[in-house]
Write a new protein. Sequence first.
Length: 118
Amino acid sequence: MLMTRRTERVNDLLREEISSILLRDIKDPRLAHFVTITEVDVAQDFKYAKVFVSVLGTEEEKKEAMQGLLSASRFVRRELGERLKSMRHIPELSFRHDDSIERGSRILQILKEIEPES
């Protein structure tokens, strides 16, 4: 899919603002774990956005965090509307788990283990 410069800017802006909202404005204890917005992928018509989230913790903590994000999605969207007056429409948010950071960390650990002793 061809990503326009405008789409890239909107993706980056949404990622920054959603991260800020999660960090400063949401008091849900399920989101107290280390939650990182890794990427936002807005649809071409700007009506929907997939928000990719990495959560460090146990499987149960990850599941709780994703439930917390699901329940907070309307609040986050409303806050985005307040902050991003320049956008005509704020997209519907769909939070998705992203395990790329965990996979990268696991690969680095494996490489360290097989690295020959110097």
